[in-house]
Design a protein around this ligand. Structure first.
Ligand code: C5J
Length: 220
């Protein structure tokens, strides 16, 4: 068992029963010209988490931990994209439109890919998800159950959308979730801070938060 300092109190997990879940670290969210930028966002703050996440991923792999990557996106005919999702707002480009990195949030397009620094390795779980939460319309629950996973270390983007939605879905399914503070980011600083506070409020009502250095120290 590993116990590390976290908020609102110490987090305990067993390596063999814990997955590192990296949410949507796709070019479409962190690079100019992608889906995130099409909504008018400055994507640069999201790029800052690549380095700490890369260090954590390397240590987690070296320790033999289970790794799960998710990608938000849709099949090319957009049959898994509700019109409400595509039509919402007034973006410069919509899901499925052609941009500099190919069609936005469409499977197989350059922008749909995970950034090269965090690219999945053979044997790691890759979940393609049409929604914000990683459990909706995906095999994630089955993949975790098949591996005996009970705890999730959660990272990725964006904190208040796909990361938080996935944590809440996981929490309702009984997983103990730790959100890695410096390995998640939002286009909105205030939204990230609010999400961290919401997650750990009321005695870890959704989960715990800690910096990735706490995990690195525990694994060393
Ligand atoms: C969003 C995500 N923000 N991965 N997706 O639309 O958080």
């Amino acid at each position: 068992m590993i116990t590390l300092p976290a908020q609102p109190f110490a987090y305990t997990f067993e390596l063999a029963r814990t997955a590192l879940v990296i949410i949507d670290m796709q070019r479409d969210f962190v690079e100019p010209g992608g889906f995130g930028a099409s909504l008018g966002n400055d994507v640069r703050p999201l790029q800052a988490i690549i380095a700490p996440l890369q260090a954590l991923l390397a240590a987690w792999r070296a320790a033999g931990g289970c790794v799960v990557h998710t990608r938000e996106g849709h099949v090319p005919d957009l049959s898994d994209c509700p019109p409400a999702k595509r039509d919402r707002g007034q973006p410069a480009l919509r899901i499925g439109d052609a941009g500099p990195m190919g069609r936005l949030l469409v499977h197989g397009e350059p922008g749909h890919a995970i950034v090269p620094e965090l690219a999945p390795q053979p044997g790691e779980v890759v979940i393609d998800k049409p929604g914000k939460g990683a459990f909706y319309a995906t095999p994630l629950q089955a993949e975790l159950q098949a591996r005996g996973i009970t705890h999730l270390l959660v990272a990725g983007v964006t904190t208040e959308v796909c990361v938080q939605t996935t944590m809440r879905e996981a929490n309702d399914r009984g997983y103990d979730c730790l959100l890695l503070e410096d390995c998640t980011e939002s286009y909105f600083l205030a939204f990230k801070a609010a999400t961290l506070a919401m997650v750990r409020a009321q005695g870890a009502i959704v989960g715990w938060t800690a910096p990735s250095t706490a995990v690195l120290k525990a694994l060393a």
